[in-house]
Write a protein that binds this ligand. Structure first.
Ligand code: GSH
Length: 202
């Protein structure tokens, strides 16, 4: 049985949970005791030397980084539904670009602003909010003529980008007025076997 190590309120963990639900994959969830820094313990560092979560374990295969987990799950378990991670080079490149945005700009502005407020992490909140608002404008414009963020069908790029955009009001960044982002939220939330997480925009 696949094991997922993470935290229920972690958007990066939710990326893996959402894709596993959409793909109908059963797994054991191991909620980390982050108050006692379980993710920095010698045992956990064997799984992920970065001391971060989520981590996915599938038999002997250990995968850290939520984007890498999405690539692994879609490639290994979605052979009949190629749209999650298609083999066409231009689609793969478009998906890679948006996985990079998810791990870069989205996490580092919207995600960080949330963690400054919710988890008292250090950070310049007004700068993060300013950068986050610029990012939302760009993504809203990008989605103007599109149903999905990278390709013509739902892909792992949508799953990677969705959580920290939908969670961003917890960081004091308003989602008001971004009509294309809201339409894209609805597209994702209409997927069969979609699951939510605490704090998503509703
Ligand atoms: N690029 C990594 C980032 C992982 C990450 O920063 N996870 C956060 C939780 S969402 C974490 O482990 N925070 C604890 C720490 O950095 O000490 C991914 O996408 O999985």
């Amino acid at each position: 049985m696949i094991k997922l190590y993470g935290l229920e309120i972690s958007g990066n963990t939710y990326k893996a949970q959402l894709l596993m639900s959409l793909l109908g994959i059963q797994y054991d969830f191991i909620e980390l005791d982050t108050d006692n820094l379980q993710h920095k313990s010698a045992e956990f560092l064997q799984l992920n030397p970065r001391g971060e979560f989520p981590v996915l374990q599938d038999e002997d295969h250990i995968i850290w980084d939520s984007q890498a987990i999405l690539i692994y799950l879609a490639s290994q378990y979605s052979l009949k539904n190629h749209h999650w991670f298609p083999c066409k080079p231009t689609d793969m490149a478009a998906i890679a670009q948006w996985l990079s945005v998810a791990n870069g700009e989205i996490f580092n502005t919207l995600g960080k602003a949330r963690s400054v407020i919710l988890f008292q992490r250090p950070g310049d909140l007004s700068l993060l909010r300013q950068q986050g608002e610029q990012l939302l404008k760009w993504i809203n414009h990008h989605l103007q003529q599109r149903d999905w963020i990278a390709t013509r069908q739902a892909s792992i790029a949508d799953i990677a980008c969705y959580p920290y955009i939908s969670l961003c009001e917890a960081g004091g960044i308003s989602l008001d007025g971004y009509s294309h982002i809201h339409r894209w939220f609805k597209n994702i939330e209409s997927l069969e076997k979609y699951i939510s997480m605490p704090g998503l925009y509703a």
